[in-house]
Ligand binder design. Structure first.
Ligand code: NDP
Length: 485
């Protein structure tokens, strides 16, 4: 099978595709050519209203089902997604420009993993019994109600699934707004969930930019907001959600350190730096963009990295041989090129890349800077593109202090053969998602999320259940009530 690039309609509400051409047109651009491949319409207030009403209604029906019944629907959806992995991956590649080589293993596949995992957990969710002498208490784990998910453009299928799978497992409904840049695949994931047996209205997708997101976040029918996006947007969404004291999950940006000690397996460290800077053309929030390399191995590290960069195959992302795609948009390419110019102007040594690629599409060369210092803009701000900065260090205490000298705290990685040092360093870095002798793995079984400005809450793993459910406590007295009068 394959999906038409133009979906049946812009939104998916109450179990069906819905259009409202009153909404602003949203062209969908293929990043490898700049061609418009579909045109959708932004959600109008009527569309938003319809989605939220459908979600409220469906949530009551869904919460009345047993966890095992809910889990069965999620696991069936995981199976359908795996069956359609190729078609979903091709669609994701058209939409995001990420190489098919990647989308085949990292996008729909990761969505299926999340639905399968939380489908398995759904029947196990319980409260607890607490004995209090002859009296006792118990807790009931209840859903929050209607959840709003708002996604970034880098992993659209994964983001809708990482938010919807735990939300639905806990008995909530979801209204999801993908990034306006990549609106296509989340429609198909919602369609699959409905086909798998989710009641109409349980999962809805509405399109639009920030204003649609804001309307959702501030609506009194909404109980929870989960955002994947930049710190700047996170601040706005968190503040808006706070008006209604809504529960939030914030998965925001990072400027994460990857520390390579002099005893590291150098080829693995170079591989980790590639995975942490150039996968998805560097458009990954957890990227280890500040690569601290021990001074004694710096030149060897750079030379092996340059050698490996010869393996970059840039081109048509739909060709499975391609391993490096374009940036998602012209705007994003301009932002990244601006950072590269700042890197040069502030005195960093350009070792590789540094330019846009002539021709159609939003391609940019994989770029490596050495001699980067902590105060340079490229070492302080999230670039969200294929720009790797190498910084030198001498000793452990120094590198930990420098690694932590950022307002963000999403991820951190360490490469060393010294086990004690690996765990000591990880114990001291201020980051939510860490790696030892690896980088950027995100299995659904491990919590994912950030500290400091990088976020609030955790996605994935059992930890996510805490963020999509609440406990009701019940005290039960077995004897008479003793009152003062
Ligand atoms: P943005 O912050 O620009 O947008 C994120 C989403 O929020 C989009 O859907 C956007 O809509 C929407 N939005 C924007 N303004 C508002 C608002 N006022 N109210 C409600 N919604 C709003 O991020 P990008 O899409 O550019 O994604 C890149 C960022 O995401 C990077 O900082 C990256 O680090 C972060 N990210 C974090 C991840 C994590 O798990 N920690 C994973 C992936 C990315 P629209 O864009 O359509 O206008």
């Amino acid at each position: 099978m394959s999906y038409d690039l133009q979906p049946p309609a812009s939104h998916f509400i109450d179990g069906q595709y819905v259009e409202d051409t009153e909404g602003q047109p949203l062209p969908v651009i293929h990043p490898a050519t700049g061609a418009t491949i579909a045109t959708l319409h932004e959600a109008t207030p009527a569309i938003i209203n319809r989605a939220l009403n459908a979600a409220r209604r469906a949530q009551a029906e869904w919460a009345a089902m047993t966890g095992a019944e809910r889990g069965r629907v999620l696991r069936r959806a995981a199976d359908i997604i795996r069956d359609r992995n190729h078609a979903l991956s091709v669609l994701e590649t058209w939409d995001t420009g990420k190489p098919l080589q990647e989308t085949l293993v990292a996008d729909a596949a990761s969505a299926a993993d999340a639905l399968e995992y939380f489908g398995g957990l759904a029947g196990t969710l319980t409260g607890e019994h607490v004995q209090l002498g002859e009296n006792w208490g118990y807790t009931i784990r209840e859903p929050l109600g209607v959840c709003v998910g708002i996604g970034a453009w880098n992993y659209p299928s994964q983001i809708i699934a990482w938010k919807s799978a735990p939300a639905l497992a806990c008995g909530n409904a979801m209204v999801f707004k993908p990034s306006e840049t990549t609106p296509l695949s989340s429609l198909r994931i919602a369609e699959v969930l409905t086909e798998a047996g989710a009641p109409a209205g349980l999962i809805n997708v509405v399109q639009g930019a920030g204003a649609v997101g804001h309307a959702l976040v501030t609506d009194p029918r909404v109980d929870k907001v989960s955002l994947t996006g930049s710190v700047a947007t996170g601040r706005k969404v968190y503040a808006a959600a706070a008006e209604g004291i809504r529960n939030v999950t914030m998965e925001l940006g990072g400027k994460s350190p990857l520390i390579v000690f002099d005893d590291a397996d150098l080829d693995n460290a170079v591989g980790g730096a590639i995975m942490g800077n150039f996968y998805s053309t560097g458009q990954v929030c957890s990227n280890g963009t500040r690569v601290f390399v021990h001074r004694s191995i710096r030149e060897e590290f750079l030379s092996r990295l340059s050698e490996r960069l010869k393996g970059v195959v840039m081109g048509d992302p739909l060709d499975e041989a391609t391993n490096f795609g374009p940036m998602v948009s012209e705007r994003q390419r301009e932002i990244v090129l601006g950072y590269i110019e700042k890197g040069k102007a502030e005195g960093a040594r350009l070792v590789a890349g540094g330019k846009a690629v002539d021709g159609p599409g939003f391609f940019i060369e994989p770029t490596v800077f050495a001699d980067v210092t902590d105060d340079m803009t490229i070492a302080r701000e999230e670039i969200f593109g294929p720009v790797l900065s190498v910084l030198d260090f001498e000793d452990e205490d120094e590198v930990i202090a420098r690694a932590n000298d950022t307002e963000m705290g999403l991820s951190a990685g360490v490469f060393t053969r010294d086990l004690a040092r690996a765990h000591r360093v990880i114990g001291r870095v201020k980051a939510g998602t860490c790696y030892v002798n690896s980088y950027n793995d995100a299995p659904v079984e491990l919590p994912f999320g950030g500290s400091k400005l990088s976020g609030v809450g955790r996605e994935n793993a059992k930890a996510a259940i805490e963020h999509y459910s609440q406990l009701k406590s019940v005290f039960v007295r077995m004897g008479d009530v003793e009152a003062p009068f």
